[in-house]
Ligand binder design. Sequence first.
Ligand code: GDP
Length: 438
Amino acid sequence: MKTFTAATMAQALALVKQHFGSDAIILHTRTYKQGGLFGFGVKTVVEITATNDPSVGRRRNGRTPAAPAQAAPQRGRGDSSNAGDLIRRTYAAAHDELNKKAPPAARPPLPKQPAVAVPPAPVAPDSDQLVDELQAVKRMVRQMMKRQAPRVAVGKAAGEQAVRSQMPDMPDKLFDQYLALLEREVAEELAEEVIQQVCDKLKSTDCEDESLVRQAVLDVIAQQIPTDETAGLLKPTPDGRPRTIALVGPTGVGKTTTVAKLSATFKLKHKKNVGLITLDTYRIAAVDQLRTYANIIGIPLHVVATPDELSRALRHCAGCDVILIDTAGRSQRDDPRLEQLKSLIAVADPHEVHLVLSSTCSQPVMLEVVDRFAAVQTDRIIFTKLDEAVSFGVLLNVARKVNKRLSYITTGQEVPHQIEPSRPERLAALVLGDGVSC
Ligand code: GDP
């Protein structure tokens, strides 16, 4: 097992390939920034841990990667047994089978599916053999899905008839999109719903056109994502108070960094009068970090620990356009601290309470956090660390399940950049595989 670092994912993957060749199994990837402040002198580091020992890959698949230590739990690949996993397992089985049947010189092996998701190994477009083998795998998957009887009716006319099991009849382009959604960990029922809606939208002949199908899938996904269209607009509040925005969530998800990004955007870009309050008196480093940002942005920071201090700070900021409130991270399992947070939030009476969720967390963890933080009346969701997300399908699943508006996404550590208001089209494109930096 070896860890490689480079400035880009492509370079890091090249190092892995150079060292382990085509037997490489990726165990873990992460991207982080080194040095710099406010975008100056910051270096991106991409880190990949890999091995060529299949037994290590198998042992680790399904377990939380050991490194690096992070407060937020990382997603293990084997923690769900959905159709996406089925495809991956089928793919791996086909790979072994093909290698068994043919001598290695006659048949180049399929690239192994990574134990933890990374951008798929590039497939040489000129390799007819590889394409044939992938087609064979798709056929196998289709057969297996036939047994699972997904409920998708094809074509406008069929959509109006009784729903029937006909995955084998589904046009190839639609089926490819269905597989792509499952591979990105979109929940099976959601993927079926998306494909069904695409079927209802398109004429049967359009279902053969790859770009029309892709666009229709993008449109349907975009319609499924509830976003906060007012994010970043700082609309006047009904009660005339400064728009008061609190960020809550577990430790380490990026609340303080996001508050710094929002403060800088409102103050420096929108020229607004910003009040900044932190309730995070537990971590001296977090207060120092926010104070450094506040000094650079040119706004005062109010550090408060009690409801009285909070009331005073709010009065002090009464003339501002917007008040941003950073809160201490709370474990979703720490009831007393959640109660404490609830009473402080009640004093602040914010217009917006954004629950911050790290995209590196698993779906069950995200849902648990949403559930527990409902006590503080969260009404919006910010997804952070999209640059480190393993799969965007989970974000779609969570957004749909909790039905809270997505307000912002963050795509890196850099302050004040790497934050953007959530836009349905952008999120849909991410789900379908567009890169974060597009
Ligand atoms: P808090 O405990 O929720 O306040 O989290 P912090 O703001 O202190 O952030 C925890 C870590 O996550 C820090 O190392 C941040 O630089 C990092 N971080 C914050 N936002 C992002 C992001 O969008 N992408 C990445 N890769 N890291 C982020």
